[in-house]
Design a protein around this ligand. Structure first.
Ligand code: TRP
Length: 460
C-alpha cells in the first residue's frame, strides 16, 4: 500500500487538475481524451512497469541503476537527463503550485470575488513579489518533507485527501452540469470529432500522459528502488495508472463544461492558450455557487478545493525533488540534507525565470524566438523542452534499453518476483512484446513534436 500511495501521490498533481483540462481544451476535446487514454494504457503502462522493475531490481537512483545494469556504457546518461529534467520541470511546476497556494490564501481571506473578476489572473501572475513568497513557501514545504523523511505522514494524508479530492470533484461536476450551456461542454468533451486529430493532438496527448504519470525521467525508478520484493509490480502500476487517469478525466469533466457555462462567445481553445484556464474558470464556478449558498460558504468551498490541489501538487513536487536528491546523495556522496538544499536552491534560481515570464519581466516574457520565428517566454520554453519533448524521449530510451540491453527476460523475471503467475502468462507475452514497439512509437512522436513545435512543420 505504501508504494501505491507514494506513486499515486507523485502522479496525481497539477498535471491532472491544471494540465489535462488545459490540453484537452487546446486540442479540440473528445478526440484528444480518447487518444490520451489509449496512449496511457498501450504506450505508458509498459514504461511504468519497466521503470519500477529497473528501480526495484537495482535498488538505486536512475543514474546508478543504469550504471549497474549496463556498466561502462553511456546508458547512465539517460539517468542524468532524467535528473536534469526533474530539476527543470520542478522549476516551473513550483511556480504554478505557488499560484494555487496564492488562490487558496486569497479566497480564504475573502478575495474570491476579485479572483473571479475579469483580467485578474493576468494581474495576479504579473506581480513578482507575492508570487515569490508563494513559490518560496511551496519550496520550503517540499524541502522539509524530502529532508525530514516524514513520508509516513504524507502517506496517511494521501489516503484521506485523495478520496476527498475525488468526492469534491464529483460534487462540483454535478453542480456544473446542471448549469446552462454545460451540455454543449459535455458534448465537446465526450463526442469525438476525429477530423480534429492533428499532429499536435497526438504530441500533446503523449507528453501529457508521460507528465501525468511522472514518467520518462526516472521518478518511478527511484520510487521502485524503495519497493519491497514481495509487492506486485504489475497490479501496483496498473492501479496508479487507473487512479491517475480517473482523476484527470474527472477534472476535465468539471472544467470543460464549466468553460461553456461562462457564457456564449467564450472559446475553450482560446481560453486555454496560456496557463490560466483553471485559474479563470474555477473562481467563476465558485462565484456562481455563491448565488445559491452565500458568499461565505462558497469562499470556504473554494479555499478547501484550492487547498486540496495544493496537497496534490505537494506530493508531486516531493517526487520531483527526490530524484535529483537521491542522485546527488548516492553518486556524489553528499549528505541528504545538503543534497536536497543544493538541488532546491538551483530549482528556485531557475524557477525565477518562469516566475517572471508571465508579464512581470519583458526579458523573460519574450525570452527566445523559435526557429519558426515566434518569440516565447521562459516558462513556455522550459515546458516545451523538458515536459513536452524530453519526457517521451526518456520513455523511448528507457524502453529501448529494456528491450535490447537489459532484455525482456530480466524485465519479466523482476515482475514475476511478487507475482509468480506472471511467468508464461498472456500478460507476460503482451508486455514483453509491446516493449519492442514502444521505442518506435515514442520516437516517431518525438520527431513529430520537434517538427511541429519548433519549426511549425505539420506532418499531418
Ligand atoms: N505527475 C505529476 C502531475 O501530474 C507531476 C510530476 C511529478 C512529474 N513527478 C514527476 C512529471 C516526474 C514528470 C516526471 O502533476
Amino acid at each position: 500500500m505504501g508504494f501505491i500511495l507514494a506513486a499515486a501521490g507523485s502522479a496525481v498533481g497539477l498535471g491532472n487538475i491544471w494540465g489535462f483540462p488545459t490540453y484537452t481544451a487546446r486540442n479540440g476535446g473528445a478526440a484528444f481524451v480518447i487518444i490520451y487514454l489509449v496512449l496511457v494504457f498501450l504506450v505508458c503502462l509498459p514504461v511504468v512497469l519497466l521503470e519500477i522493475a529497473i528501480g526495484r531490481r537495482t535498488q538505486r537512483n536512475p543514474v546508478g541503476a543504469l550504471k549497474m545494469l549496463s556498466p561502462g556504457t553511456a546508458w547512465n546518461l539517460v539517468g542524468k537527463m532524467g535528473v536534469f529534467c526533474g530539476i527543470m520541470i520542478l522549476s516551473f511546476y513550483i511556480v504554478i503550485a505557488g499560484w494555487v497556494f496564492g488562490y487558496f490564501l486569497e479566497s480564504v481571506t475573502g478575495g474570491l470575488e476579485r479572483l473571479a473578476s475579469e483580467g485578474e489572473f493576468g494581474r495576479f501572475v504579473g506581480s513578482p513579489w507575492k508570487n515569490l513568497l508563494y513559490m518560496g513557501a511551496f519550496m520550503v514545504a517540499t524541502l522539509a518533507i524530502v529532508v525530514g523523511g516524514i513520508k509516513g505522514g504524507i502517506e496517511k494524508w494521501a489516503r484521506i485527501l485523495m478520496p476527498t479530492l475525488l468526492v469534491m470533484l464529483f460534487a462540483l461536476i454535478v453542480y456544473v452540469l446542471t448549469r446552462e450551456h454545460a451540455l454543449a461542454g459535455l458534448r465537446f468533451y465526450l463526442v469525438p470529432d476525429f477530423s480534429k486529430l492533428t499532429a499536435q493532438v497526438l504530441n500533446s496527448a503523449l507528453s501529457q500522459a508521460f507528465f501525468s504519470l511522472s514518467l520518462g525521467m526516472g521518478a518511478l525508478i527511484t520510487y521502485g528502488s524503495y519497493m519491497s520484493k514481495k509487492e506486485n509490480i504489475l497490479s501496483s502500476g496498473f492501479i496508479v495508472a487507473l487512479v491517475d487517469s480517473a482523476i484527470a478525466f474527472s477534472a476535465g469533466l468539471l472544467i470543460i463544461p464549466a468553460i461553456f457555462t461562462l457564457g456564449p462567445g467564450v472559446e475553450a481553445g482560446d481560453l486555454a492558450q496560456g496557463p490560466g484556464l483553471i485559474f479563470v474558470v474555477l473562481p467563476q464556478v465558485f462565484m456562481n455557487l455563491a448565488g445559491q449558498v452565500g458568499y461565505t460558504f462558497a469562499s470556504f468551498l473554494a479555499s478547501f478545493f484550492f487547498l486540496l490541489i495544493c496537497f496534490a501538487a505537494l506530493t508531486s513536487t516531493i517526487s520531483l525533488l527526490e530524484v535529483p536528491t537521491a542522485y546527488v546523495v548516492d553518486e556524489k556522496g553528499i549528505r541528504r540534507k545538503k543534497a536536497a538544499l543544493i538541488t532546491a536552491g538551483i530549482v528556485t534560481l531557475v524557477g525565477l525565470g518562469s516566475l517572471l515570464s508571465n508579464g512581470a519581466s519583458h526579458f523573460f516574457t519574450n525570452f527566445l524566438p523559435y526557429p519558426s520565428g515566434q518569440w516565447q517566454g521562459f516558462m513556455t520554453i522550459t515546458g516545451d523542452i523538458f515536459f513536452e519533448t524530453l519526457l517521451p524521449v526518456g520513455g523511448c530510451l528507457l524502453s529501448t534499453f529494456t528491450a535490447f540491453i537489459w532484455k525482456t527476460g530480466n524485465f519479466s523475471k523482476e515482475i514475476t518476483r511478487g507475482f509468480p503467475e506472471y511467468a508464461g502468462s498472456k500478460l507476460e507475452k503482451w508486455f514483453s512484446g509491446i516493449v519492442y514497439v514502444v521505442p518506435f512509437v515514442t520516437f516517431f512522436i518525438f520527431i513529430n513534436t520537434v517538427l511541429q513545435k519548433y519549426f511549425n512543420i505539420q506532418l499531418f
